[in-house]
Design a protein around this ligand. Structure first.
Ligand SMILES: NC(=O)c1ccc[n+]([C@@H]2O[C@H](COP(=O)([O-])OP(=O)(O)OC[C@H]3O[C@@H](n4cnc5c(N)ncnc54)[C@H](O)[C@@H]3O)[C@@H](O)[C@H]2O)c1
Length: 339
C-alpha cells in the first residue's frame, strides 16, 4: 500500500487525485496547502478521510507516508521535492521539475543521496497521437528524420501564477513541447538553442507569451518550435501541430487524432523540381495504454513497484528542462546557446 501525501491542492491536483483514488494500492494520508480552503475543497470533492496540513514538514512529521505527490507551482518544486526525498519518500511531481537548472541539479543530488525515485509528469508522451508519430518515424517508412517543426498557437487565458511570471510560456508550457520533440527523436538531447521570446502588443500576460525556438539535436535533427499563448486566429490543438521532415517524405500529426505520412515519389520527367510532392495516407492510431496523466501514472507506479526507472525519471527529464533554460539564456543574450 502506498501511503501518499499530496502537496499543492490547485487545479491540476484534481487529475492526480481522480487517478490516485481509483487505485486500490493507494491511501491518501494528507493534503498539504498553505491555502486551507484549497485543501479542504479537494478533501470534500474526492471524499478523502485524510488530514489537512498548511505545510509539508508538519505532514511528514505526523503521517507515515511513503510517496509524495508534488503539484505545487514551479518555484516551490525544489523545496518540496528535496524535503520529501530527505524524509525517505519517493516523489512523483508535476512538470517542470524546477524553475532553474541549479534547482534541478540540487534535486538530482538529493535523489542520488537518498536512493529514492523522482519521476516527473510529462503526460504528453502518453498521447496516442505522439506515440503513433514516434512509431511511424521509427518504422523507417519515410526514412530518417532531420527536421522537426511544431506550431502551437493558442488563445490561452490562464490565471494565477502564470500571470505573474516573466517567462510563462517557456517555463510553464514549452517543457511539454521540448520533451515531446526529444521523445520523437528517441530521447535525443539538444546541443544548441536559439530563442526569441516576445510579448505581442495585445497580450494579456505580463511576461513573454510567445517564442520562436530553434534547436540542434544530438541525433542530427533540427527542431523548430513556434509557440504562442496569445494567438487570436488559426489556433492549433494545445498539443501543437507537428511535421517531421524525413529523408523519404514526412510524418505528420495534427495534434488531435490524425497521424499521416507523406511518402516521396520519384519525380515524373515532365514536372519541374519544385512540384515534387509525395503521397499522403493516414496511419492507424496506436491506442495501447491510457493517455495523459493516467498513462504516465500507470508507468510511474509500475516502475516503482518493479524497482525500475521509467522514461520521465528526473535524470532523463533534466535534459528537457535544459532546453527551457537554454532558450531563456538565448533570448536574454540574443545569442545561440550551447548545452
Ligand atoms: N502536466 C500538465 O498538463 C499540467 C497542467 C497544469 C499544471 N501543471 C503543473 O502543475 C503545477 C501546479 O499547477 P496548477 O495549475 O495546479 O497551479 P494552481 O495555482 O492551481 O495550484 C497550486 C497550488 O499549490 C499551492 N501551494 C503553493 N505553495 C505551496 C507549498 N509550499 N506547499 C503546498 N502547496 C502549495 C497553492 O496554494 C495552490 O493551491 C505547476 O508546476 C504546473 O506547471 C501541469
Amino acid at each position: 500500500m502506498f501511503k501518499v501525501i499530496v502537496a499543492g491542492c490547485g487545479s491540476i491536483a484534481n487529475k492526480w487525485l481522480a487517478n490516485l483514488t481509483a487505485r486500490d494500492d493507494v491511501q491518501i494520508v494528507a493534503l498539504v496547502d498553505p491555502v486551507r480552503e484549497n485543501a479542504l475543497a479537494h478533501k470534500e470533492r474526492h471524499e478523502l478521510p485524510c488530514r489537512v496540513f498548511p505545510d509539508l514538514a508538519q505532514a511528514l512529521a505526523e503521517t507515515q507516508a511513503s510517496l509524495l505527490i508534488d503539484t505545487t507551482p514551479p518555484a516551490m518544486h525544489e523545496e518540496i521535492v528535496v524535503r520529501g526525498l530527505e524524509s525517505g519518500l519517493d516523489v512523483f511531481g508535476e512538470k517542470p521539475m524546477a524553475d532553474s537548472m541549479q534547482a534541478a541539479r540540487n534535486i538530482l543530488a538529493a535523489v542520488d543521496a537518498s536512493g529514492k525515485r523522482y519521476f516527473v509528469m510529462q503526460n504528453r508522451r502518453y498521447l496516442h497521437g505522439i506515440q503513433t508519430l514516434r512509431q511511424t518515424i521509427e518504422s523507417g517508412v519515410v526514412g530518417a528524420p532531420y527536421h522537426v517543426f511544431v506550431d502551437m498557437r493558442l488563445g490561452a487565458h490562464f490565471t494565477g501564477f502564470r500571470n505573474e511570471m516573466e517567462h510563462p510560456l517557456i517555463i510553464d508550457m514549452a517543457i511539454h513541447t521540448f520533451d515531446e520533440a526529444r521523445y520523437l527523436l528517441g530521447d535525443a538531447r539538444a546541443v544548441s538553442a536559439y530563442c526569441q521570446e516576445y510579448n505581442p502588443p495585445h497580450s494579456w500576460y505580463r511576461g513573454a507569451a510567445a517564442a520562436d525556438c530553434i534547436f540542434e539535436m544530438n541525433s542530427g535533427s533540427i527542431f523548430l518550435a513556434r509557440l504562442s499563448w496569445v494567438s487570436r486566429s488559426e489556433n492549433t490543438s494545445s498539443h501543437g501541430k507537428w511535421h517531421v521532415s524525413c529523408t523519404e517524405g514526412a510524418a505528420l500529426w495534427d495534434g488531435y487524432g490524425r497521424v499521416s505520412v507523406n511518402v516521396a515519389q520519384a519525380l515524373p520527367e515532365n514536372r519541374s523540381y519544385y512540384e515534387e510532392e509525395g503521397i499522403l495516407s493516414d496511419v492507424s492510431l496506436c491506442t495501447a495504454g491510457r493517455e495523459e496523466h493516467d498513462g504516465c501514472l500507470d508507468d510511474m507506479f509500475s516502475a516503482l513497484l518493479s524497482d525500475q526507472s521509467m522514461q520521465t525519471d528526473c535524470h532523463n527529464n533534466i535534459h528537457s528542462l535544459a532546453m527551457v533554460h537554454a532558450c531563456l539564456e538565448s533570448s536574454k543574450t540574443g545569442r545561440k546557446v550551447y548545452l
